[in-house]
Every structure is written in C-alpha cells, then in structure tokens.
Design a protein around this ligand. Sequence first.
Ligand code: FEO
Length: 394
Amino acid sequence: MKFEIAPNVHWVGKIDWELRKFHGEEYSTHRGSSYNSYLVRDEKTALIDTVWMPFAGEFVDNLAKEIDLRSIDFVIANHAEMDHSGAMPELMRHIPDKPVYCTANGVKSLKGHYHQDWNFQVVKTGDKLSLGRKELVFIEAPMLHWPDTMMEYLTGDAILFSNDAFGQHIASEHIFNDLVVQSELFEEAVKYYANILTPFSPLVTKKINEVVGLGLPVNAICPSHGVIWRDNPLQIVHKYLEWADGYQEDQITLIYDTMWNGTRRLAEAIAKGIKEKDDKVTVKLCNIARSDINDVVTEIFRSKAILLGSPTINRGILNAMAALIEMVAGLKFRNKRAAAFGCYGWSGESVKILNEALGKAGFEVVHEGLRTMWQPGDDELAQAVQFGREIAVK
Ligand code: FEO
C-alpha cells in the first residue's frame, strides 16, 4: 500500500489496525495506529524512517515491489525508537553500505538497539542533503520526544517530516487530515500531546518558534503516526503552541478510587457543590480503577483543576490512584490547581499523601482537603458539597 503526498513523495508505511497498547502497556491506542515511512524520489532517493519490527518483513517486501532497494541512496532515521527503526535491520540487510542519516544521539541509540555498525552520517540543524533538484534540510529536535529526535524539510514540495511531533495514534484508510472525522482526529492528537509531549512543552514552544521563524512555506506536515496534515497544515502547529502554554479548559475533573463507595459518594457530592457555585464549568468524574489511565491523563490535561480522591488502606492510597500519581508526576503539568479528598475507617492518611503528591507534581494545592470518617452520612455529604463550593470559588 502506498499513498501519494506529492509527485515522487509517497507514504510507504504500515497501518496497524490491531494495536491497542503502545509503549508496552503504557499507552492505550483505541483507534490503532500507523508507522509512517516516506519515500522521496528525485535524482537521488531517500527513505525516511521505517516501521515497527513485527512488520519488518512485510514492509521491506512491499518496498521492494515499489522500488529496487539498491536504488535507495539515503536512509533517514529521524528517531531510534523501535516503532520507527524496527525494520532497519531487515532493510539494511539488503543495502548494508547505504548511508544512514541521523543525529549524534541517533547513532548512539541505533547502535544501542541493534548493535550494527551501519554507515552512519551524523547531521545537525541546518545541514542539507541534496536529492538533485530538491534538498532535505535537517532540524534537530532533541527531547521532542527523545534526545535523538530530528525532522527534515523537503524544499520544492515544502513538506516537513516531523517524526513523532504532530502525530496521532489512528489507523485509517485515509491518510490525510481532511478525510477523517475531525473530532476523532483532534481527540487522538490531544491525547498524544497530553500523554507524550506534555513534559517537553517549553521545548515544543522553542522549537516551533525556531522553525516558524524561518518563514518557510509548508504544504504538508508528515508525522510518523496517523494522518498527514495537508489541509491547513499549520493548524496543528498552532494547536501545539496552545497546548504547550499551560493549556486548560473550563473543566474540573474529579478522579477517585473507592473501596466501599464512600469516596465515590463524596466525589458526587463535591461535584454537586461545584455546580451550585458555577453552573458553566464542565465537571467530570472518573473512577481511576475503571477508566483508561491515558484517557484520564487527557482529561487532566484539559482541566483547570483536578480533585483526587482515595480512601486509606494500609496507611496509604489505593493502587490505581498510586499509578496515576506516578504517571502525572512524570508529565509535569503546569497551570493547574488541585486538592484531595477521601474517607477512611482507621488511620486516614490518604488525603495528606495525595496533597503532598500533587504539590510535588507541580499542581497548586488550593485546599487542605476533605477527609471524612466511615461511610459518609448526611453531615459528611453536606461537608462534601461545601468543599465543592469552596473549590469552585478557588
Ligand atoms: Fe513513535 Fe517515539 O516513537
């Protein structure tokens, strides 16, 4: 399967309709994904990225039907993570002497993964590779999202090959942004940003401003997952600038775990109190033990404030909440407020633990929290409603 992006620029990747977990079990991919590889033909031919290892044989077989592999002059490895480099050993078995263009960190990482001494050619920002009439101009993009990451811009066709940036985990028969359901596209794009790029937001802003500052025309942005942005391609660049800048919507999300429904009942009463004070704010409740953690992270990303709830068990918090806290700490959210709540039977440490974890994770903790004993009765539920009112005000 191939798609034409421009005359002599083709997508030659793999659509993975079955993928439901990515990064091991770390990232849910409800809509599958794709591993985008691009073939650019001019007087010389460049192949940009490959696909994940399970599809290596299929990828190379298909590529060999499209082009004599020996006529590939340059292999471009934008990023060594195995969803993009996984087919390189199989490809390079056929063309072992062809140059592999990557960053200095790319060499380290590719050698670390595959223990092969390919003909590496290290590139830096501004380096150019002539294909004949057109050139590939390299742009290092460290920490977007690995230290080895780079992109390149194809002159003439004005195409930016952006690797993971601007990607989305979507499998689709349609490879272009204007052909897919827009709400699904942006749901996946924001989930991708929230779960993968949030910690690097300051670098996202810096890199985008650097590239936009070059004033180059951009006809298409070709990421390494999901659809290609050809219709108003800069719309996703503007979205990234928005998302990188302490993004929040008018939303408060209550995320809780519960043993015997006491903390759930508190959550519902708190939500009632919030809505009493502010009927315009969007309030969402998620039982973290019964929700997809990446979808919950996306809700946190959208929120101006979150409330975390857990009962106390063994002087700690429930494990689904502990996993969320661990993930959220790594994502380094900014510009978000938070507080904690929970009921308890005996020792009651959960609210203190949650508040401390929220503070360490960079949230502004705006309330000492709501901590009630035993199953909430009328008095405790009234306290929870009042707590919700106070949170809405703060
Ligand atoms: Fe799509 Fe960082 O790999």
